[in-house]
Design a protein around this ligand. Structure first.
Ligand code: N01
Length: 535
């Protein structure tokens, strides 16, 4: 590490990242009387919503619930305009929160942490940034986000392309002018599926390169009805509590029976209702959709039947129809996705028939032909859950690297702490429900837990906390056992790290659901931080 000793500054905590997790962590640390500072690669707060500015970027969780609840005045004062918030509105909200609670003064923007090392003798972390700064802290708190390290696809010739090239997760702030342009989009995950309808409306011609079709449900987005907002705000804590008691922390109901224990008509009615209601609720139509393949197939076939009805060209409809388990990859929520394929200026290339050979100076070359384009968009996702942390050189006790500890997949106790990395906390880390849930309430639960832990340590005059190896191994094995019973392990999803070449195939988020997880976290506290050594 560079930097002279006189530049070292010591604070209680350093927070990595100033997205929704980072800014709330700063708030909680300050309230606890601790001195804390955050470093953020971006030029402002917002995290994922700072970077993902592609056309159509929008959250698939309802705005009234994809928001903080720690401050009642904040949740009463802030007025969301649409059922599903668009990226600019979410970014404005993050900025509002940072300004309202005067958090920006403790954030260094445009500064990336590149190195963090634990010093056992001094009981301190030393953190270095790409701007040459060096800080010391007692606690290192990761708020790096689960989907922030973009995944560069392993395609030959990417740098040969001479036109405009964009990645959905690193979209230019000034926007992109698609008028009279020919566009290639590689990837058909959530980011592509949200942006394709809008780009196709603007561009002269769009070619979509699809490797795996996804299940896409309509958002049925709409302006929020003031009466509905008033009803929720009048009883916000009760609505929040109801959401917290569900598997994913969402407000939509989860069906009671098995999909196979109702008549065909009842099942279709339920699916139709949820399709027309819109959003992720289709996942919860029946309680066994994620564990019973035959039940799952009824939902899968329902979506395929919708595709056949919407898309006029039967061959295009066939290519768009997924055959993998419904909900195994993250369900996509969008507006007019399938309808867009009825336009004359869009073509769908199935990469299973004609794989990409390489990128040329002019566009995309498949095994069949060249597609020359003005703009190439990589909608190829993220090195999820571990990528952002692994890109920092983190070293724990005895110089052990986090990348080595996680070589065979991430190990963590509760997704909060890692054995061998004392005084390091990971907000929504691997091994916690994180991406399977509504992220902002989940972030709040982790931040509150970490804040309370630090206060408890301070009361005991304790200075060091570390996850115990056996507790960690038990937790990892418990999650793996639950994941093996779920249908979520049956496809090549980013939950499993399967989208990144060479990454260990391990189901990373905790799959047991939010209520079970929260109870476990609370039990650990009740039993004096069982599974951690506090000294
Ligand atoms: O990324 P993805 P994303 N050649 O990994 C393809 C959240 N999110 O940015 O499936 C060709 O889902 C890849 O193909 P395959 C949400 O949690 C939320 O879209 O691996 N294709 C896939 O089609 C989401 O799940 C929101 O076969 C290649 C695509 O690229 C997560 O972020 C909005 C390839 C990547 O899809 C990630 O979504 C946006 C290659 N070499 C994102 N490499 C909302 O809130 C990859 N692909 C609504």
């Amino acid at each position: 590490m560079n930097g002279s000793k006189e530049h070292d500054q010591i604070c209680d905590a350093i927070v990595i990242g100033a997205g929704f997790a980072g800014i709330y962590m700063l708030y909680v640390l300050r309230k606890a009387g601790l001195c804390a500072t955050a470093f953020e690669t971006g030029g402002d707060v917002g995290g994922t919503w700072y970077w993902n500015r592609y056309p159509g970027a929008r959250c698939d969780t309802e705005s009234l619930f994809y928001s903080y609840q720690f401050d009642d005045a904040l949740q009463q004062d802030w007025n969301w305009t649409e059922r599903y918030p668009a990226q600019p509105e979410i970014l404005r909200y993050a900025q509002h929160v940072a300004e309202r609670f005067d958090l920006k003064r403790d954030i260094s923007f445009n500064t990336k942490i590149i190195d963090a090392r634990w010093d056992e003798r001094a009981q301190l972390w030393t953190v270095a940034t790409d701007t040459g700064r060096r800080n010391k802290c007692r606690f290192l708190i990761s708020a790096v986000g689960c989907l922030s390290a973009v995944n560069m696809p392993d395609i030959d010739g990417l740098n040969e392309f001479t036109g405009e090239r964009y990645q959905t997760g690193l979209w230019p702030h000034e926007g992109v002018d698609f008028r009279n342009k020919t566009v290639a989009i590689i990837g058909t995950g959530s980011s592509a599926i949200q942006s394709i309808p809008i780009i196709t409306e603007q561009a002269q011609n769009v070619t979509v390169f699809q490797r795996t079709p996804n299940y896409v449900v309509p958002a049925q987005n709409r302006p929020l009805d003031p009466a509905e907002v008033a009803r929720i705000k009048a009883d916000y804590p009760a609505f929040r509590a109801k959401a917290k008691a569900t598997y994913s922390g969402n407000i939509f109901p989860i069906g009671g029976p098995s999909a196979l224990d109702v008549t065909t008509e009842e099942r279709e009615r339920e699916y139709e209702n949820r399709w027309h209601t819109g959003g992720l609720g289709l996942m919860g139509a029946f309680q066994d959709l994620q564990v019973n393949q035959a039940s799952n197939e009824t939902a899968a076939e329902f979506v395929r039947s919708k595709i056949r009805k919407i898309v006029k060209d039967p061959e295009v409809a066939r290519k768009l129809s997924p055959t993998n388990t419904f909900g195994c990859k993250r369900l996509c929520v969008a507006t007019n996705y399938y309808e867009t394929y009825n336009r004359a200026n869009i073509s769908l290339i199935d990469l299973n028939d004609t794989p990409i050979k390489c990128i040329t100076a002019n566009g995309v070359r498949t095994t069949k032909r060249d597609y020359d384009v003005d703009i190439l968009i990589l909608a190829t996702g993220f090195d999820a859950m571990t990528g952002a942390l692994n890109r920092i050189n983190i070293q724990g006790t005895n110089g052990q690297k986090l990348t080595d500890a996680w070589r065979n997949g991430p190990v963590s106790y509760l997704g909060l702490g890692v054995n061998g990395f004392p005084n390091m906390f990971t907000i929504t880390g691997p091994g916690s429900p994180s991406v399977l849930t509504n992220m902002i309430p989940t972030i709040e639960q982790h931040v509150n837990w970490i804040g309370a832990c630090l206060v408890a340590m301070s009361k005991k005059n304790a200075t060091r906390i570390e996850a115990i190896k056996s507790a960690q191994s038990e937790w990892v094995a418990y999650n793996a056992g639950l994941a093996d019973k779920s249908l979520r392990v049956t496809c090549n999803s980013w939950y499993l790290g399967a989208n990144v070449s060479g990454k260990a195939r391990v189901f990373m988020p905790f799959v047991g659901g939010l209520p079970m997880y929260i109870e476990k976290c609370e039990e650990v506290v009740r039993e004096d931080y069982k599974g951690f050594v506090i000294t």
